[in-house]
Design a protein around this ligand. Structure first.
Ligand code: FAD
Length: 547
C-alpha cells in the first residue's frame, strides 16, 4: 500500500486519518503529533477551565491507543515534523524533542493548525500572560485560575475565544476586564448589532475597554501584571488571557518549496492539493476561498477543518471530483444568556470588497408571542440587488441557532430572498410562528427589492439631506415622547391618512416605527397617496441598540 504521512493529530489530521482508513485498508498511515495528545476537543477547553465540563478526560475524544486499534493508524505523539523535502518526498521528524529521523511518503497531508499570536509588546514574557490552544495550555491556565489569590483577570482580544474566556471566568466569580483594540468586539458582526453582545457582557459584570490597544505590560510585586493601554489608562490583573487571534503554524515548511501566502498560510487548489506532488493541506493553516466573495481568506474554525480533511482523504483515495468550495464562516457563540451567530459576509467585508448590498433587520419573537417564554431576536439579513442571500447575523436568547443554520443552508445552495419566503419550516406555538423569523426576513427583503417598501439603514439616516427629506416617526405620541431619533416629526400611524396634508410631498419621507412593521404600513399608505417614502429597517429599536 501507499505510505501516507499526516502532520497534526487533532481536528484536520485525525479526521483525515480515520476517513482514509475507512476508504483504504491497505495504506500505511502515519499520524505525527508534536504534543502528547491527539484528537482533543479544542472547542471545549474554555468550558473545562470555567468548570462547566468537570471531567478532564472528556476532552480527550480519541486516544492514540484507540486510533491504533480501531483504525490501524501508526500514531506517533511527541513527534514533530521539523522539515519537509518535497523533492525526495520525505519528512524529518524530531522525537521527544531530541533525536531526529526521516520518513518517506507517497502522500503527505498537512494539518498543523494555527498558533496564538504573541506580539512583541514590552513585558509580554510574564508567565501569567497565557494563551489557549491545547491541553497543556489548558492545564496551565486552569492551575492559575484555581488559585485563591487569583481574583482579577484581563482578557486581551474580543474574538470568539476571548469572549468565551471572559464569560466562563466571570461565571467562576472572577472580576474580568476585556480589552479590545478595535472599537467593537466580535468582528464577524457589524457594529450596529454587536452592541447587543457588548451589553450582555456588561450586564453580567464584564468590564469592556474598547478601542484601546495594549502598549505595555509590567510585572507587579505580587507577581501580577499591570496592563497599560494606549489611552493612558492602566489596571492590574492576576492573570492575562491573550487571545488576539491566530497565525498558521507553518514555519517548518519555509524551505520545503510548498507555496505559502503572505501571512504563512499554505496555498491549495480546490482539491486541497499544494503546488508539490502528493502534498495536501487542510485546516487552520490553509488559505481558502470565501464562499460569498470568492476572495482568498482564512477561516480558522472546526467545521471547515473537518470538512476539508474528509474531502482531501476522498481525493487521495481515488474520488477525483471531491472538492472544497470555500467557507462561509458560519459561527455561533454563547455569551451568558445570549446566543450570537452569523453566516456569510457582513457589511464590513462587502464594503471592503466593493460589493453592493441591501440590509433587512427584523425583531421577531423566537416563537408565537401568546405561548409563554417567547424571546425577541434580532435578525439581520444581507442580500444583493438580485436577491441573492449574502449573509446573516442573529442575536437573542432563544432560537438564534436554527435561524442562522437555515440561512446558512440557503446560502450554501446559492439561494435568494425568494427562497427564504418559500421555506416551509416546522411550526407549532412553542417553537416558532406560522411566519418563521426566516420567512419574515425574506418578506421584508422582498418588499424592499420590489419597491413595495424600500428599506434604509441608520447609515442612510446619518447621511440624509435635511433640506430634501423628512424623518417621520409613526409611533404613538407616548412612544415618541419617551425617546425618538433627533429631528424627527411624529404622526402616529393611525392618524396618518387624516394628516397627509401636513407633509411636504416634494420631500422624501424617511419613516420609522419601533421595529419596522408599522413603518411598512405607513410607507404603503404614503406610496398610494403619491409620496416618496422609505422605511428604516429594524426601526427605533435598531437605532437605540446601535447608539
Ligand atoms: P489543530 O486542531 O490545531 O491541530 C493541529 C495539530 O498539529 C496541533 O495539535 C499541533 O500540535 C500539531 N502540529 C503543528 N505543527 C506540527 C508539526 N510540525 N509536527 C507535528 N505536529 C504538529 N472552532 C469552532 O468551529 N468552534 C468553536 O467553538 C471553537 N472553539 C475553539 C476554542 C479554542 C480554545 C481553540 C483553541 C480553538 C477553537 N476552535 C473552534 C477552532 C478549532 O479548534 C480549529 O479550527 C481546529 O482545531 C483546526 O484544526 P486543525 O487540524 O487545522 O488544527
Amino acid at each position: 500500500g501507499r505510505k501516507i504521512i499526516i502532520v497534526g493529530g487533532v481536528a484536520g489530521g485525525a479526521t483525515a486519518a480515520a476517513r482514509l482508513r475507512r476508504l483504504d485498508e491497505e495504506a500505511e498511515i502515519i499520524l505525527l503529533e508534536r504534543d502528547e495528545h491527539i484528537s482533543f476537543a479544542n472547542c471545549g477547553l474554555p468550558y473545562y477551565i470555567g468548570g462547566t465540563i468537570q471531567d478532564r478526560s472528556k476532552l480527550l475524544v480519541t486516544t492514540p491507543e484507540m486510533m491504533k486499534k480501531r483504525s490501524r493508524i501508526d500514531v506517533r505523539v511527541k513527534s514533530e515534523a521539523i522539515s519537509v523535502n518535497t523533492k525526495e518526498k520525505s519528512v524529518t521528524i524530531r522525537q521527544n524533542g531530541e533525536d531526529t529521523y526521516e520518513e518517506h511518503y507517497d502522500v503527505l497531508i498537512l494539518s498543523p493548525g494555527a498558533k496564538p499570536i504573541r506580539p512583541g509588546i514590552e513585558g509580554i514574557d510574564n508567565p501569567r500572560i497565557l494563551s489557549l490552544r491545547n491541553i497543556h495550555d489548558t492545564d496551565q491556565m486552569k492551575s492559575v485560575v484555581d488559585l485563591d489569590t487569583v481574583k482579577e483577570v484581563t482578557v486581551i482580544g474580543g474574538g470568539f475565544i476571548g469572549v468565551e474566556m471572559a464569560e466562563v471566568l466571570t461565571e467562576r466569580g472572577l472580576r474580568v476586564t476585556l480589552v479590545e483594540a478595535s472599537s467593537h468586539i466580535l468582528a464577524p458582526f457589524d457594529d450596529d448589532v454587536v452592541t447587543i453582545a457588548e451589553k450582555e457582557m456588561q450586564d453580567n459584570g464584564v468590564r469592556l475597554l474598547l478601542g484601546d490597544p495594549v502598549t505595555k505590560f509590567n510585572t507587579t510585586d505580587d507577581g501580577g501584571i499591570n496592563i497599560f493601554l494606549k489611552s493612558g489608562k492602566s489596571h492590574h490583573a492576576d492573570l492575562v488571557v491573550l487571545a488576539i487571534g491566530v497565525a498558521p503554524d507553518t514555519a517548518f515548511l519555509k524551505d520545503s518549496g510548498i507555496e505559502l501566502g503572505t501571512k504563512g498560510h499554505i496555498l491549495v487548489n480546490e482539491h486541497l492539493q499544494t503546488n508539490c506532488d502528493g502534498v495536501y493541506a487542510v485546516g487552520d493553516a490553509i488559505e481558502i476561498p470565501d464562499f460569498i466573495t470568492g476572495r482568498k481568506t482564512a477561516v480558522p474554525l472546526a467545521g471547515p477543518a473537518n470538512r476539508q480533511a474528509r474531502i482531501a482523504a476522498n481525493h487521495i483515495a481515488g474520488m477525483p471530483s471531491s472538492k472544497y468550495d470555500g467557507a462561509q464562516g458560519t459561527s455561533i457563540l454563547k455569551i451568558f444568556g445570549l446566543t450570537a451567530a452569523s453566516t456569510g459576509s457582513n457589511e464590513r467585508t462587502l464594503r471592503r470588497n466593493g460589493v453592493p448590498y441591501h440590509v433587512a433587520l427584523v425583531h421577531p419573537g423566537s416563537h408565537a408571542g401568546y405561548y409563554p417564554g417567547a424571546e425577541p431576536l434580532t435578525l439581520k439579513l444581507i442580500y444583493d440587488e438580485q436577491g441573492k442571500v449574502l449573509g446573516a447575523q442573529g442575536l437573542g436568547r432563544d432560537g438564534v441557532d436554527k435561524r442562522i443554520d437555515v440561512i446558512a443552508t440557503v446560502i450554501r445552495l446559492k439561494g435568494t430572498i425568494q427562497d427564504l419566503t418559500d421555506l416551509e419550516l416546522a411550526y407549532a406555538p412553542p417553537y416558532s410562528s406560522a411566519k418563521d423569523p426566516v420567512n419574515m426576513a425574506g418578506f421584508v427583503a422582498q418588499n424592499d427589492l420590489s419597491g413595495m417598501s424600500p428599506l434604509i439603514t441608520l447609515e442612510d439616516i446619518k447621511q440624509r439631506n435635511p433640506e430634501k427629506s423628512i424623518l417621520l416617526d409613526v409611533r404613538s405620541v407616548q412612544e415618541y415622547e419617551s425617546g425618538h431619533i433627533p429631528n424627527s416629526v411624529n404622526i402616529p400611524l393611525d392618524e396618518l391618512r387624516d394628516r397627509l396634508d401636513e407633509l411636504d410631498s416634494s420631500k422624501k419621507l424617511l419613516v420609522y416605527c419601533q421595529v419596522g412593521f408599522r413603518g411598512y404600513t405607513a410607507v404603503r399608505i404614503l406610496h398610494q397617496n403619491g409620496f416618496n417614502a422609505v422605511n428604516l429597517t429594524g426601526g427605533y429599536k435598531y437605532f437605540k441598540a446601535a447608539s
